[in-house]
Write a new protein. Sequence first.
Length: 724
Amino acid sequence: MIDFVELNEAQKEAVLDEAKYLRIVAGAGSGKTRVLTMRIAHLIDEVGVKANKILAITFTNKAANEMKERIRKMVEEENNHVWISTIHSLCVRILREDIQCMGWPRNFTVLDAEDQKAILKEAYKEMKLDATTYPYGALLDYISNNKSAEISVERAYTLAGSYTGDKTKAQVYEYYVKRQEALLALDFDDLILWTVRMFKKYSEVLSKWQSRYEYIHVDEFQDIDPIQYTLIKQLTGPYNHLYVVGDPDQTIYTWRGADVNIILNFEKDFKGTKTIYLNENYRSTMPILNGANSVIRNNHYRLEKDLYTKRKSEEKITHYSSASDEYQAMWIANKVKELHRQGKPYIDMAVLYRSNYLSRSLEKALLDERIPYVIYGGVRFYERAEVKDALCYLRMAITSDDLALQRILNKPRRGIGNKSMDAIVKAANEKNCSMYEVLKTQALFSGKLQATIDQFVRMVEGWKAIIAEGKTEVFRLFEQILDDSGYRAMLEENQEIDRIENLKELIDDVKEFSENNPDSDLEEYLQTVSLYGDREETMSSDFLQLMTVHAAKGLEFDTVFVSDMNDGIFPNERAMNDGRKGVEEERRLAYVAFTRAKNKLYLTDAGGYSYVLQRVRVPSRFIEEIDPNYIEHIGVNAENGQFKEHNLSNILFDTKEEAFFEKLERTSTTAYRKGELVVHDKFGEGVVLKVDGGFVEIAFPFPHGVKKLMAAHPSLKKKEEIVN
């Protein structure tokens, strides 16, 4: 007998309702997994449906295993044969039985990501292509998009026209498809596509599978793409029941094909659909949930639902507005450390951000404070390939060491292969000098290759001359290096948006270092970075988790920090350029981020000039959309606990950095005097050397030295204020 005591009325209705087509709109934290598993147990134990007649589709193996475990505990072992799997696993099962009608054997191979990459490596070797020019990920996306759009190899050639790059991609596509046929192998895209094609072509096979399952359940229905939806509609014949669970407000994967219209318009495809809303949230406190609700209500295209919680709390959402990303990171690190000292484990806290490049300043601050952390589903900033490449180019301008040269000499491609590199290494060993010295002083090759080497040397010598002159700002030189080398152009040509953003963030890092350390040079910067890049923290089971909001979907934490809540960052610039549709997707993403928090939510934004955005940062519109009753504001954009709405918004589109600082000087209210003692949260006690409008120059003890800081920043206080 199923125990319904713990279910609320809406959950009970969702479990017991007998409608043929049911759409369960399950708000964040509303117990949808419990409802779905109890629904299946109810069908078996109380309705009398045979377990093997029930199908449940999830979108991760983790979710499938969790559902299986829950059902195992609710029903007798002999009734525990429900087919619960991802949609890809279901397709494998279908194809293993019936793919022979398509002319393929049942023991076909399923290619995983590494197998796909291995085929591309074969193609690249045969076609003499370079992975830096044609990244594996970009080519696999190209192949996947073609397959999903039913674009054949022949059609791909036609669409490529006379464009060399597109023709090359079409050639790789052709090689990939032929290699698949030779191996009798299907990739993940093929599994669904082939099943859909087979059902369209062979009605008797489709009828067989429609009769196999009487009750079909689909979890996370808001993330369905059109091809997956076609498959679900095929399986749902005239006698099948269909039960879908999802939340349109959490549709955040449109960039990989998900279509929010599918769940919104479900009742149009399945006449007589009954919709049940799960409105009670069991995860978040009232201020967090009501704050998130006030944001998502600004979306026009959604199913209206009144999500509520009985978890009352006096803890409002805290919004901290900082002067720069460095101060923002420092504040987050200090707050995490403070909470940890108060007894909160690191593992109960998470920092979420919109894009991976935003982890840079956070990681530095956490390392400085000795806070153990992991990047969930990602790579640490200074360990990312493009960051290492760019730093090696910088090393060429300063030290020209062999390791840097070997990493970047053929990035982007300059026609310098392994044999040429071996010749350079051999000559350097014979002369007992560096490889770069050999390139400078010897003509090892002839013709075009030697001309390329000579051009490379002239380029590096040009950078060295600029450094010797000492007139160019270091971050400007860094930008020039990335442009002269062709490295940035290579990423732009391949539309490597995330990697380009990481490079812009690295330029910002160089600028930040030079401003904070005016007497230091690029060599010292490289030494500092190496400490961050090579430093290993002793990782225990207790560590802070850093991740993108997309990676946080389905997770929950006691305390959540959402960083970089700035227009252009969150909401993302590209999404904002897509009009209402793009902004609504970003708002759904913000809703997901906020509702990951159970007991405390911190939102932070960073002021100052952004080299990623190429303008001054202003707070996100999503912060302004939060009901004032559920949020408190602190920091530079707060006044008496209230949010000063975009006090810098009038210079939002002013790309001149000087305009920001001039404006800031006029808004500063904190007065300091030369010779006054001050205390900074990070740098300690110092002496004011100079007051310059909204900024003060302060001498701190070694190793910090003289810093130019924003006078009004909350991290800076007069010593007498602390003593008193």
